[in-house]
Design a protein. Structure first.
Length: 284
C-alpha cells in the first residue's frame, strides 16, 4: 500500500526542531519502509540545493501521471495538472516516477527542460525552468494554508470526540497531528496535545492524532492519554493531500474549515507556535 502512495518530485527533507527532552517516550518499534520519515530534531536549511518541478506523481498508462502540481512551482506555472502524463524529459523516455525524479535531480537549478506530455489523448511539448526545491514545511504551507481542509474518510476513530471526517467537526477549531507509533517525536507531543484538549475543550478545540498504521499500532500509542482522539488513515490520503513526507506534521483548522497553520516537528518552539495559533482561533 505504501508503494502506491504518490511520490513527490524530488525527495522531501524536513527539519523538525528540538524534540521536547522532558517528555516520557515509550519504546518504539523500527520505522517501516515508506515515504513518511521521522528525522532527528533540527530546523536547519537543507544541506543541498535540489532542483524540482513541484508535481506529485504516480505510475501512468503511457508514462508518469501527474496527480497534482503544487501552487507556485514550475510545474504549476507551466500548466501541468492532474491526469497529464509525462512521456519524456529532454528526449529521454520515462516509465516510472523514479525515472523522472532521477533525470530532474541530475540537472541543475535554473536548467530549462522540455517535457513531452500526453493530455486528453494529444501529445504536447512543455518547457519549464527547474527551481530550487523548498524545505518540506514550505511545500506543505504553500499547498494547504488558506485552503479548505482536505477531504477524506478516516477509520477506527476513538476517544472523546470520535469522527471519520473533518466536516463533522464544523464550527470547532481542529488540531490534527499526523503521527506513527514508531515515531518517538510524534509520541513525545501527546502529553501536550492532551493538556490542550482538556484545557480548551469547552472553547471548541478538538484534537485528532492520525496514523496510517494498523489499529493495534494506533492503540499502542500512549494508551493512558485518553483526552486525545485517535483515528486511522489506512490509505494515507491525508499525507498525500498535504504533500507531507515527514512526521510529526500538524494542521490547525479554523471553525469555517480553513487550514490556518501547518507545521512540522516536535520541539518546544513548534508546539508553542501551534498553541498561539489555537488560542487566537478559539478567541475568534
Amino acid at each position: 500500500m505504501r508503494a502506491a502512495l504518490s511520490l513527490l518530485l524530488a525527495l522531501a527533507a524536513c527539519g523538525p526542531e528540538h524534540a521536547k527532552s522532558d517528555a516520557t517516550v515509550a519504546p518504539v518499534k523500527a520505522a517501516p519502509p515508506g515515504p513518511l520519515t521521522a528525522v532527528p530534531p533540527a530546523n536547519a536549511a537543507q544541506s543541498e540545493v535540489r532542483p524540482w518541478i513541484g508535481i506529485s506523481l504516480e505510475p501512468g498508462t503511457a508514462g508518469v501521471r501527474v496527480r497534482q502540481a503544487i501552487a507556485g512551482t514550475p510545474g504549476e506555472r507551466a500548466g501541468l495538472g492532474a491526469e497529464d502524463e509525462v512521456l519524456s524529459i529532454d528526449g529521454v523516455i520515462v516509465k516510472a516516477p523514479a525515472d523522472l525524479i532521477s533525470h530532474v535531480s541530475a540537472r541543475g537549478v535554473g536548467t530549462k527542460v522540455e517535457l513531452v506530455v500526453l493530455r486528453a489523448g494529444q501529445q504536447r511539448t512543455v518547457e519549464l525552468v527547474l527551481e530550487a526545491k523548498p524545505e518540506a514545511l514550505e511545500i506543505i504551507r504553500r499547498k494547504v494554508v488558506g485552503q479548505p481542509a482536505p477531504t477524506g474518510t478516516l477509520a477506527d476513530a476513538y476517544g472523546p470526540y470520535p469522527t471519520t471526517n473533518f466536516a463533522a467537526l464544523a464550527g470547532k477549531v481542529i488540531l490534527v497531528e499526523l503521527g506513527a507509533s514508531w515515531c518517538g517525536f510524534c509520541r513525545s507531543t501527546l502529553p501536550r496535545l492532551a493538556a490542550w484538549q482538556t484545557q480548551y475543550a469547552d472553547q471548541g478545540l478538538r484534537v485528532l492524532w492520525i496514523s496510517s498504521e494498523d489499529l493495534a499500532d494506533v492503540q499502542s500509542v500512549e494508551p493512558a492519554i485518553t483526552a486525545v482522539t485517535r483515528a486511522r488513515d489506512p490509505g494515507g490520503w491525508l499525507a498525500r493531500a498535504i504533500s507531507s513526507t515527514a512526521l510529526p506534521a500538524f494542521l490547525v483548522i479554523d471553525r469555517k474549515g480553513i487550514v490556518r497553520h501547518a507545521d512540522l516537528g516536535a520541539g518546544p518552539l513548534t508546539l508553542d507556535g501551534i498553541e498561539t495559533q489555537l488560542t487566537a482561533l478559539l478567541a475568534e
